[in-house]
Ligand binder design. Sequence first.
Ligand code: FES
Length: 174
Amino acid sequence: MSNTNRRDFLGMSFAAVAAVGGAASLVGMKQAWDPLPSVLAAGYTTIDIAKADLKPGTPKTFKWRGKPIFLLEMTKEMVDEANSAGLPKDYHLNIGDKTYTLVIGLCTHLGCIPAWQKTKWKCACHGGEFNASGKQIFGPPPKPYVVPPFSLKGTVVKLGETGPESKAMMAARA
Ligand code: FES
């Protein structure tokens, strides 16, 4: 083998080893970046509203990705109030003849968790208030509660997966 050929051969060998090593480390990096299956599963929370044992007018709190989720089946009076305030139908989640408020339960001022008091949520941090529709009605909160991404199948809400219902609700509150 001449010197030139040997150099070519060494160069090609090095390139081949580098290519294999590079591909292997890309596979390794992808595996390191991809979320674990347990993390993927934890990204979704499923609530079957028909089985959630809701009492109209009293919200329940669920948890999704570490955040509180408020789910309230609205009473007729609450729906009437929302209608007379001119809130669009998509402001709420409508299933059959029932109307729900489904929101991330964090105050839109600085992120405290407001508490339900009879007919509205009150934020202890700076006195903000949200009505049953999740709209800010008093104090410093600058906007309504945020709607979480969710999809709906029948009465089953899957939090973490954006469907047309959550898109419509987000648009109604924008
Ligand atoms: S964080 Fe709720 S009013 Fe300030």
